[in-house]
Design a binder for this molecule. Structure first.
Ligand code: MN
Length: 337
């Protein structure tokens, strides 16, 4: 069998927050996993999960694929500094794996885990194929931390200010500071409840949105220089190459958020950012897609090249040139209704 190609996931059992809470309470060892190139929701989940595991007296670890540094704005979250990187860790029979915010097994290396590992899949991506043995999926949830919060509440688990803050970081970032279309009344209620637990909203704002390293802004400048407007303004596409990272001193994680600047441009329906990565072993591109009004389903687009995500935010990796990918995205957007 080719180890690079995962077996087709069989849809597993759907479970409730109460079921997951009961299971969690009875665990001995847990391993939390989130997707490569983690965002605020992914790292908020990891931090909140590990902190809660401590409070429940569980032996816990966390793993994120890849070696690229995490975005600076989330490094203040407790426990993210101890996350395992690189190849997936060994998992014994007594360990349950909690997959958090992972739309697919591929993007989280979950398919490389030891045979027989029990996976609890907790996620809000609408294209999640329920690959876990147990699945708690809610595509209406504004963030995966919101689902985790439902689990903690269902179990009557003790909250504290650090756990609440980690959950809040996932919520505030995945809702675009409570401005995206996934910002439900429930999202505001959760924010209010977390604030009652002691979350310092302004302190989180300063950590996440006002602690930008200069190198990151210089990377944005480069992305704006490479920007191309296509399809009469409906598509904005830009790219960053190894040179851009070298000249600014920025690392890959610092490209997060650039796509959100591109999508702000008047008249844009789809924004795309292509990051060209060249390593000693392989060169590939990481493509991020955003749909501003939801009229173009970028999750469907990303799915055609092995990626996935949400209707308005998706991505994929591809071994193709920047020029080819720009044209491919243009053709896809032109062909969509
Ligand atoms: Mn998320």
């Amino acid at each position: 069998m080719n180890p690079g190609i995962p077996p087709t996931p069989q849809a597993g059992k759907m479970v409730t927050p109460e079921k997951v809470a009961a299971r969690l309470r009875g665990e001995k060892r847990v391993l939390a996993i989130t997707h490569e190139a983690p965002d605020g929701d992914a790292l908020g989940c990891i931090s909140a999960f590990l902190l809660m595991a401590d409070r429940l007296g569980l032996d816990s670890r966390a793993y994120v694929p890849g070696f690229a540094a995490f975005p600076d704005e989330y490094l203040f979250l407790p426990r993210v500094d101890g996350v395992l990187r690189g190849a997936p860790p060994e998992v014994d029979q007594e360990t349950t794996v909690y997959m958090l915010d992972c739309a697919s097994l591929m993007r989280s290396n979950g398919h490389q885990l030891a045979e027989g590992a029990v996976r609890v899949n907790i996620d809000h991506h609408q294209d999640n194929p329920a690959y876990g043995e147990f699945n708690l999926l809610d595509s209406a949830a504004p963030s995966t931390t919101a689902i985790l919060y439902a689990v903690f509440r269902a179990g009557g688990f003790p909250m504290d200010v650090d756990i609440a803050t980690a959950l809040y970081v996932g919520l505030v970032t995945d809702t675009g500071r409570f401005q995206y279309s996934n910002t439900t009344a429930e999202a505001h209620r959760m924010a209010a409840e977390l604030q009652n637990e002691g979350v310092d909203v302004n302190a989180v704002y300063r950590e996440v949105y006002e602690s930008t390293p200069l190198a990151k802004l210089m990377l944005l400048e480069r992305a704006l220089c490479h920007l191309e407007i296509r399809l009469g303004g409906a598509l904005v596409v830009s790219w960053l190459g190894p040179d851009d990272f070298a000249k600014t001193g920025a690392h890959e994680g610092q490209a997060e958020g650039i796509i959100d600047t591109l999508r702000r441009i008047q008249g844009v329906r789809v924004a795309a950012l292509i990051k060209e990565r060249s390593g000693p072993e392989h060169a590939d591109c990481k493509v991020s897609l955003r749909s501003t009004d939801g009229s173009v389903n970028v999750a469907l687009m990303a799915g055609k090249l092995g990626g996935g995500g949400h209707v308005r935010a998706a991505g994929f990796n591809c071994e193709a040139s920047v020029g080819w990918l720009m044209d491919w995205v243009e053709n896809e957007v032109r062909a969509s209704p």
